[in-house]
Ligand binder design. Structure first.
Ligand SMILES: [Zn+2]
Length: 977
């Protein structure tokens, strides 16, 4: 037995495709640890899960557990410099985060493998001896408050809190978990409490090694990882606390059989039907909730959603268990209603109960369970590798609920068919137990109560089971029935070995109609494929009408395909169609076995498209609401929208698109559809476990469908018609700004996006910019968010638009206006200038190496690889060997190069600085907005008054998609046989 572990080794069940090794150890301080060894990983990670959350907040100190989560990471006795931990992590290619939920708090990070030891030690010290310094207290209460400010206008948060509000007042489920300035500062002070003392007390009472679960993801072997973990985490104090989960039920009889009408922020009508149920963790092998959500949430013919959709009442439906806790849980059905569905509320509820009755009559079906169990098993054994950080968080959260053998599996593998257990949960989904939340802007002005934390207005009405039974009697059942066996379940999971080890995509086939890029799987050995077909249609972006019609066309296609493709989706084969300014894009990904069947069905729906008037109107209504809801976007999202509208050559304003929408009729789409497809070009990418002949034959099939026959749907594009996407070039040493009031007048938050345009894609400048952002992003966050407390959302990141590189600062603030934030950013850059000069050569070298490590990180799964190469193809840069070239450029870079770049392109007053500030003023800064309008502007500052005339007046950068003649097709027969 290994030193330090006090128990026998246990088996941990893992996927067949999983080459990693696992070991459970328990340290002498009783900390339970799962070690993971992955010699192939580039990043290492760790997650500590502490079984205490906001359910444990003391009365009158709402948000204390969350506030502790914020405070814990400030500093430790061993590393007393504030924020030195997050600085270390981000500057070595990592990230760090934490979250607080009802019954647990999770802390986690990842980092380049060679820096893991030190990072892990820094991480551990927060649990060994944290320094929750008094001067950080006020700042972090403000950070929590700012986080809460950002949530106040989110319907998701509002409705969730309302659900909790309408439960037993003395039950922890009733609590408000985020906290605010009021709950953590004002109220405690008024009662003579010191929040920091309460915080320390809370920490002492709840953080103890014997309760915690740690997952460590290492590159080293298990023995080495074990020695490291033992030496570091042994010191976490164990005060032998016991964990007492909440056991009683939050919903008493008075909280059941209720109908709650509530008013949301956003347009639309939603219905949430909720029942308290036996928690799934108790019967995770029998999977009763998984079985029931599979059927109630099904979208195939005969399903509840299929019928609601056919009646024109719903646009989406989902069903499943939402986690409540260890001892109570809820089953929820969530339906987006159309206007007609809202009017037929009683019928919708009745149909749901009729479907549940049908399930009860049918009893638990063995074949359905077996099919579900087989699909889950395939998914588990062929799961894509995801990032180490996500993986450790998932596993650490499982450790609290499941025995070690199932830590990796959790509830994802239902394997034991138990009709009794399924029926026991099914019998809880009754009118006697139900809670119905009906959310619609139509209730505005017709409610009588207000939820205290978010201010959601609502009213409650009792709804007896006999009322629901009456609704059921008068509603026709619409031929509800169970699904049929799923023909998309893959049965051929064999892997096609490729003789030719190719690292980059090749142009496999080229014709006047299409180009096919091909990249077989040489890395993952998974029975999966990825297909992208991008349709370039010059007609799609030619006017606001045409872009909206293209979007309606796409949405209708998916609407028609839904009941068929849903079967594929649940069998791990998904598809997606999206529209853009130059046309639209079809993506199919998942198990390759039946992929071609699905792709050909999608193509068939496109070539045989007919407008169904009733569906047209449903989609038009949906789009109208989506456009109307644009104004409820977060202020920083509005600023990003203005940025893209100013920069992009082709882009219509959302207001223009909303304006044309009401006038669009069935006939407009009937006429537009043939025009849209009349001339087009297909850019195609096929990757994964698909051989080259198959890939060519799929594209041949698509070409035949569109371009062949007596009266073909489509013709090739003229050379002159090939679309480009370009952005405008800003003027050097000029700071443009565009100021606007926030679109939602009840949103107090303001936002600034400060965009700096640097250069068109080119290796040497690219790496200078990347290195600069890597070095600057953490200090920017520290200074602007932590020290100056400007706003919870603060980030500095790289940008790339149509091959033109840049960077952007985003700050959203409820305390300061965008103009002030802009000045603070300038002050920050000045401060950074001296930091760059002071940086030692050693430190500089470390940063360069960190960036090299980030660049050399391997793709973890097919979709990561596909996104990477597709980005090169769709942008037209086609630099598949970019990584090698940028790494070579990085090896030559000097500190002087970096400082020169900063002084030329980024620093305040830099000669080649091209910047654009987007300033969105929230309601708390409307006087500053008005004041700014009359302010005389500085010499090199130019205000953009009218976005479109400004855009027209500027020159464009060249497009990387311009030169298509340099592309030559490889000879498919020769190279791939
Ligand atoms: Zn937080």
């Amino acid at each position: 037995m290994a030193v330090g572990s006090v128990e026998e080794p246990v088996e941990i069940f893992k996927a067949r495709s999983d080459k990693r090794e696992y070991r459970r150890i328990v340290l002498q301080n009783c900390l339970e640890v799962l070690l993971i060894s992955d010699p192939e990983t580039d990043k290492c990670a760790a997650s500590m899960d502490v079984p205490v959350g906001y359910y444990s907040d003391p009365k009158g100190l709402e948000g204390l557990a969350h506030f502790l989560e914020h405070m814990l990471f400030y500093a430790s006795e061993k590393y007393p410099v504030e924020n030195s931990y997050s600085k270390y992590i981000t500057q070595h290619g990592g990230s760090t985060n934490a979250f607080t939920s009802s019954e647990n708090t999770n802390f986690h990070f990842d980092i380049n493998a060679d820096c893991f030891e030190e990072a892990l030690d820094r991480f551990a010290q927060f649990f060994v001896k944290p320094l929750m310094s008094p001067d950080a207290t006020t700042r972090e209460i403000k950070a929590v408050d700012s986080e809460n400010q950002n949530n106040l206008l989110s319907d998701g948060h509002r409705v969730y809190q309302l659900q909790k509000h309408l439960s037993a007042k003395d039950h922890p489920y009733h609590k408000f978990g985020t906290g605010s300035w009021d709950t953590l500062e004002v109220q405690p002070k008024a009662r003579g409490l010191n929040t920091r003392e309460e915080l320390l007390k809370f920490y002492e009472e709840n953080y103890s090694a014997n309760l915690m679960h740690l997952v460590v993801y290492a590159k080293d072997c298990l023995d080495k990882a074990q020695t490291l973990v033992q030496s570091i985490f042994q010191e976490v104090p164990n005060t032998n606390r016991s964990y007492s989960p909440v056991t009683d039920q939050p919903c008493k009889s008075e909280h059941l059989q209720i109908l709650v009408r509530a008013v949301p922020i956003k347009q639309g009508h939603r219905l949430m039907i909720v029942w308290p149920i036996i928690p799934g963790v108790i019967y995770y092998k029998e999977g009763p909730s998984i079985y029931l959500s599979h059927l109630i949430g099904h979208e195939g013919e005969g399903s509840l959603f299929y019928i609601l959709k056919k009646l024109g009442w719903a646009t989406s439906l989902s069903a499943g268990e939402s986690s409540g806790g260890h001892h109570f849980s809820f089953f929820e059905v969530y339906i987006h209603l159309t206007d007609a569905g809202h009017d037929h509320f009683e019928d919708v509820v009745a149909l749901l109960f009729k479907y549940i009755d049908l399930l009860r009559q049918a009893g638990a079906c063995k074949w359905i369970f077996d099919e579900l169990s087989a699909m889950s098993e395939t998914d588990f054994h062929y799961q894509d590798k995801n990032s180490a950080i996500d993986y450790v968080v998932d596993v650490a959260s499982n450790m609290q609920f499941y025995p070690p053998i199932d830590w990796l599996v959790g509830s994802s593998l239902p394997s034991r068919f138990s009709p009794d257990i399924i029926e026991a949960v099914l019998n809880e989904l009754t009118p006697q137990n139900v809670r119905i939340f009906w959310v619609s802007t139509k209730f505005d002005g017709h409610t009588d109560s207000m939820e205290p934390w978010y201010g959601t207005t609502y009213s409650v009405e009792k709804i007896t089971s006999s009322t629901i039974e009456q609704w059921m009697e008068k509603t026709p059942d619409g031929n509800l029935h169970l699904p049929v066996p799923n023909m998309f379940v893959p049965t051929d999971l064999s892997f096609k070995t490729v003789s030719n080890k190719m690292n980059f995509p090749v142009l496999l086939r080229k014709s006047p109609y299409s180009r096919l890029w091909y990249k077989p799987d040489t890395l993952f050995s998974m029975p999966k494929g990825y297909i992208i077909i991008d349709f370039s249609c010059p007609q799609s972006g030619s006017s606001p009408e045409s872009i909206v019609l293209t979007s309606i066309f796409i949405r209708l296609l998916m609407d028609y395909l839904n009941e068929y493709a849903y079967y594929a989706e649940i069998a791990g084969l998904g598809y997606w169609i999206s529209s853009h300014y130059n046309g639209f894009q079809v993506t199919v990904s998942g198990y390759n076995h039946k992929m071609r069947v699905l792709l050909e069905k999608v193509i068939d729906k496109i070539t045989n498209f007919k407008v169904e008037p009733d569906r047209f109107f449903v989609i038009k209504e949906l789009f109208t609401k989506q456009y109307q809801n644009f104004k409820f976007q977060q202020p920083y999202e509005q600023a990003l929208y203005y940025c893209s509208l100013i920069l992009r050559e082709h882009a219509w304003s959302w207001k223009d698109e909303l304006e044309v929408l009401p006038n669009l009729e069935v006939d407009d789409l009937v006429k537009f559809y043939p025009l849209l497809l009349s001339r087009m070009f297909l850019e195609c990418y096929i990757a994964g476990n698909i051989d080259s002949k198959e890939a060519v034959s799929m594209i041949q099939h698509i070409e035949d469908a569109f371009y062949k026959g007596a009266q073909p749907l489509s013709r090739a594009l003229f050379v002159s018609e090939h679309p480009s996407s370009r952005i405008i070039r800003l003027e050097e040493s000029t700071n443009y700004f565009y100021a606007a009031e926030g679109l939602n007048t009840s949103d107090e938050n303001s936002a600034l996006v400060h965009y700096i345009q640097t250069h068109p894609d080119e290796y040497i400048k690219n790496v200078k910019r990347q290195l600069f952002v890597l070095i600057a992003k953490q200090p920017a966050f520290d200074q602007l968010r932590s020290v100056e407390q400007l706003g919870y959302i603060t980030s500095l990141s790289r940008t790339s638009d149509a091959g033109v590189c840049g960077m952007q600062l985003i700050v959203q603030s409820s305390v300061k206006d965008p103009r002030y934030i802009e000045l603070r950013f300038q002050a920050f850059l000045k401060m950074l200038e001296s930091q760059l000069h002071d940086m030692s050569d050693d430190e500089f070298k470390r940063k360069v190496n960190a960036l090299i490590d980030i660049k050399l990180e391997k793709f973890k799964n097919l979709s990561e690889e596909t996104n990477y190469f597709w980005w090169e193809i769709s942008g037209g840069t086609l630099r598949f060997d970019r990584i090698e070239n940028e790494v070579a450029a990085l090896k030559l870079i000097t500190k002087t190069d970096l400082i020169d770049f900063f002084n030329e392109y980024v620093n305040v007053g830099a000669p080649k600085r091209k910047s654009l500030s987007l300033q969105v003023f929230g309601s708390s800064h409307s006087s500053e907005f008005k004041a700014e309008k009359v302010d005389p502007v500085e010499p090199n500052v130019v205000q953009i008054e009218d976005i479109f005339s400004f855009r027209r007046s500027r020159p464009l950068y060249p497009s990387f998609r311009g030169d298509i003649s340099r592309l030559k097709a490889h000879d498919a027969e020769h190279q791939w046989d």
